[in-house]
Each structure stands twice: as C-alpha cells, then as structure tokens.
Write a protein that binds this ligand. Structure first.
Ligand SMILES: [Zn+2]
Length: 129
C-alpha cells in the first residue's frame, strides 16, 4: 500500500530544484517575500501576495496544524487522509496525513512533516506529533 502512487511524478525545473534537493534531505522549503514579508507555498519566484520578484528560500519548521481533512475510504489502495495543513510559518498546503489513526484525527491537530519517496522525488506528507 503506497501513498506515493496517488501522486504524479513532480516536474522539476530550475525554479523548484532547490525545493526537491532539500526534500531529498527531509527538509521542507518555503519561500518568503522580502517586499511584503509573507511566506508562501508551493515556492514560486513571484510573490503571490504582492507580485514582487524578491523572494528568498526559507526552511520551514515542518510543524503545522490540520486545517481540514477528509478520509478517502473508496480507494483501491485502502483508506487515506486528504488534508490541508497550515504551516507554523503561515502557508497552507494540500497533503496526505500518514501514519495516523483515522478515527481520532481532528481539525486543529498538530502535525509534522515526513517525506516519502515517490518514483521521481520525495514528497512532503504530514503525521500527528
Ligand atoms: Zn510579497
């Protein structure tokens, strides 16, 4: 049973290469805009808040809270949890909650990043702390 199978292999390009390199080492990278100070994810070269091109890489703590989630029970590979996690640094991302008890998962629960290898790259998932 592999969560990785549900994801297409991410396309890497020069803009996101530092993200994937860090992911291989288990580090979650986000970007912060030095013009407006907002952090964003997925990393882009143009700030999605103020459209400045002054964005810099920053390592996320990997800590976050579950903003919302659904348990997907009708999957051929078994039930899994689709969720939005809000990182401590501010940005939210769509991800899967892994290594968790489906019955006790709660909105607002604290989670931490865990990387799982897929065919092409390591993808960030989250697990309860
Ligand atoms: Zn900005």
């Amino acid at each position: 049973m592999s969560e990785a199978k549900k994801y297409p292999t991410p396309a890497t390009n020069p803009e996101t290469l530092p993200f994937w390199d860090a992911a291989k080492q288990g580090k979650l990278m986000i970007k912060r805009c030095t013009t407006c100070g907002e952090a964003h994810y997925f990393p882009r070269s143009i700030c999605p808040f103020c459209f400045s091109d002054k964005t810099v890489w920053e390592q996320s703590s990997g800590e976050g809270t579950i903003y919302t989630f659904s348990v997907m029970r009708k999957s051929p590979t078994g039930p899994y949890v689709l969720a939005y996690v809000t990182l401590k640094e501010g940005p939210s991302l769509q991800t899967n909650i892994v290594n968790c008890d489906l019955e006790t998962l709660k909105i607002g629960q604290k989670v931490t990043v865990v990387f799982k290898p897929t065919e092409g790259a390591s993808l960030p998932f989250f697990t309860p702390v």
